[in-house]
Design a protein around this ligand. Structure first.
Ligand code: TYC
Length: 111
């Protein structure tokens, strides 16, 4: 087969080189995930603030603001992470809440 038959029309050619250029970039950006905390009627506000500080790294003012927003709106974003980190945080929150006998739940959704 001649070199010409490999050329899809997007290539740059001269006498002795053939540079194959991709039409699409090969790598897609990895998806990112929002970690969402859900309101309930029983988990103490202080426990939610503690979770937001200890697991998501928020300072006390931001943790309190996020907690109060979830209390009013029903749910809210704790942070945005790669799939693995988001899954780990969701497991940490749900395990710690269950161990502490609080019904607090957390989930993730793709951005
Ligand atoms: N609604 C809870 C209360 O009144 C507080 C709370 C806030 C619980 C946020 C969960 O994700 C939550 N004690």
């Amino acid at each position: 087969m001649s070199e010409q038959q490999f050329n899809n029309g997007n290539d740059i050619e001269n006498d002795d080189t053939l540079l194959l250029e991709r039409t699409k970039p090969k790598l897609k950006k990895p998806p990112m995930f929002k970690v969402i905390i859900l309101n309930d009627d029983y988990t103490p506000m202080e426990f939610v603030v503690h979770i937001l500080e200890a697991i998501f790294g928020h300072n006390r003012d931001n943790a309190t603001r996020i907690m109060l927003n979830v209390h009013k709106a029903g749910k809210g974003v704790c942070g945005i992470y790669s799939r693995d980190i988001a899954e780990t945080k969701v497991t940490q929150v749900n395990s710690y809440s269950r161990e502490s006998k609080h019904p607090l739940l957390c989930d993730m959704e793709e951005v």
